[in-house]
Design a binder for this molecule. Sequence first.
Ligand code: GLN
Length: 399
Amino acid sequence: MQHPVPDYLRGVLESIRHLEHGEVAQYIPELAQADPRPLGAAVATVTGRLHSAGDDRTEFTIQSIAKPFAYAAALADRGVETVDRFVGLNPSGEAFNELSLEAESKRPDNAMINAGALATHQLLVGPYAGRQERIDRVVSLMSTLAGRQLSIDHATFESEMNCADRNLALAHMLRSHGILHDRAEDIVAGYVAQCSVRVTVRDLAVMGACLAAGGVHPLTGERVLGSLVTRQVLSVMSASGMYDAAGEWLTDVGIPAKSGVAGGVMGALPGQVGIGVYSPRLDEHGNSVRGMEFFRRLSEDLNLHLMEADPLGATVVRFVRREDDAVRLHLQGVIRFGGAEAVQAALVEISQERPERVVVSFERVDRVTDVGRRMVQEGIRRLREDGLTVDVEDPDQLF
Ligand SMILES: NC(=O)CC[C@H](N)C(=O)O
């Protein structure tokens, strides 16, 4: 049989194809000439399966979708503290190309707007890195994440450099505040180069899946980014990834995402999937019109909203069985805070029966987080302190 997901994706694309409002980006000549018709989408799971439909092999420039990856690289290269000194964490509420600086620190509001991305680009590699080293760093990280060597579209690069007045103005202002150190021209060139990297929706989906998997590459299993770095990137993406539409986006769609003015949108839903979509016509915020509609549809059809959670706690306790001399507590699934609290409650109840022996079985458990382990250990410690015998069955040594 054929996997149903590509068919589903095709259906969604067909249902949004009629949306023809919006315009291709006008302010970069090369993008203004782009064919507005292509439409493609891809979804990659954190377990490494990739599905796509429509114009899924068409290359386009990544533009601002490079920002979260440059931010990830800077966080990895310079550490959270250093990066936080130069780039803020709050939504700006203004357009992506505004000079949005925090009143006192003069830091750009966040790394998803141009001012923040210029500051982030300066931080790449190390204090003495040169223009080419910084570019190589971002391109190489994005290539690792995409699982193939990505390259720069020189025509788009030149085209944007010829009309980069606004980004140059931002860079000069940032330099006057001591946020940039190199020549404004070099930082802008590096930033524009990172924006000019060519990708497909399949690349975006895999790159997003890597963020969704906490920094572990879904296809190779290799850890590419630290889990705290990934968490910070996703947090800033959720707050600011869709620019001044970020609040509405988080409410309606609930998938951390980043858009680019060539028409790409990348999403990363923690623990589940990476999503890529491409359609060049943009709304007034610079977000792909069909791309946003695609995300709305997926979020609704597939229940992907970040804030839509199931009450997971109680399901960790599979059952409690009373035998002659023992009470057996069978656990299952993933034990995090919510589940571990339910285990502790079950242990409190069992302690009141004062059985000779308690057996806690992890046979059907998939995973125990650190906090889950500490909490279950504490429950068991208290049972033993009460004078009960507790045995743990843990064939896979998860506990
Ligand atoms: N939102 C975007 O994709 C903007 C990227 C573009 N290169 C710029 O700096 O204007």
